[in-house]
Design a protein. Structure first.
Length: 304
């Protein structure tokens, strides 16, 4: 234990209080319009980036920008190995940036980029890419590795699986099922909901996380039976692709519950830091859903 871990763990536990929580998220979801909900949210800690008058998409983006700001602040309190862990956790935002870059390159509307600062992995190089082929080439020579293809979907899937793989490497042992479970959901969605055959590099990337035979399974039930326990939990009880939304909800519930358990650990280590990030990420997801419900006229009773 170092002084930096003491400071970082203490800061992490304090940051959790900046989440909205379920009760206030329900109040947000009950608002009669997105304008009312955004105005209310701007007077909470999410007001770091949320501003009254923002559109629904802008406010939802700002919720995530606030989450990223918390990660950047927390990273500054951690020792070197903690900063490396935070860089891996923040890769989701680099994935989002690449998604939006690919939108711009293909003429689609795009959201602003997230400011990663020192938490970036390859974004300073990626943001200069002028084509999808250049994005793939840059990823292949970075810690991300080759996504396995150069079209938009292949890059998206490859980056997400690479992130899940790294999460399994850096997270505390009690939470390593998060990455494996997420990879199982991704592959199930890809093969059994979207009916797409994965690119050639996907089975190799999935082998360590999902076992040698799971990707080739012909049904979700068959796939679940072939998964190792660290990944199987995410799909248990799911036998229809239309139920995958329920599996995703369950994934988030487990992440939040285990995150809260990490926060109760005694001592000062990576556990409370990871726990705080998990709880804050789940809170941001819930707040974004609450904003969506408010924009539809308000419905707190269906908030998840």
């Amino acid at each position: 234990m170092t002084a930096s871990w003491v400071s970082g763990s203490t800061r992490a536990r304090a940051l959790v209080r900046r989440g909205l929580g379920l009760r206030r998220a329900r109040r947000l979801a009950a608002c009669g319009s997105s304008a009312e909900a955004v105005a209310m949210l701007a007077h909470t800690p999410y007001g770091h980036d949320v501003r009254p008058g923002q559109s629904l998409p802008d406010a939802q983006w700002a919720v995530l920008a606030t989450l990223l700001w918390h990660l950047r602040v927390l990273a500054g309190w951690l020792p070197r190995e903690g900063g490396q862990m935070m860089r891996v956790l923040a890769r989701w935002f680099e994935i989002a940036n690449v998604d939006e870059l690919m939108c711009r390159l293909t003429g689609r509307p795009a959201e602003p980029e997230f400011v990663l600062g020192s938490l970036g992995t390859a974004w300073p190089r990626l943001r200069r890419s002028g084509s999808l082929t250049e994005i793939r080439a840059t990823l292949a020579t970075s810690p991300w590795g080759d996504p396995g293809g150069a079209n938009r979907h292949e890059i998206q899937l490859g980056m997400r699986l690479a992130w899940a793989e790294r999460l399994a490497d850096v997270l505390p042992p009690a939470t390593r099922g998060w990455g494996s479970g997420a990879a199982a959901l991704l592959v199930a969605l890809e093969r059994h909901a979207e009916r797409r055959e994965p690119s050639a590099g996907v089975p190799d990337r999935c082998r360590a996380l999902l076992g040698p035979d799971a990707v080739a399974a012909m049904s979700i039930t068959d796939m679940t039976g072939r998964l190792p326990p660290a990944a199987r939990w995410a799909l248990l009880g799911i036998d229809d692709p239309n139920q995958l939304w329920e599996a995703e909800r369950r994934w988030w519930e487990r992440v939040e519950d285990e995150g809260r358990a990490l926060l109760t650990e005694s001592g000062f280590s990576a556990g409370p830091v990871v726990g705080a990030i998990a709880v804050l990420a789940a809170d941001a997801r819930r707040v974004r859903a609450a904003l969506e419900l408010a924009a539809r006229g308000g419905a707190a009773d269906v908030l998840i």
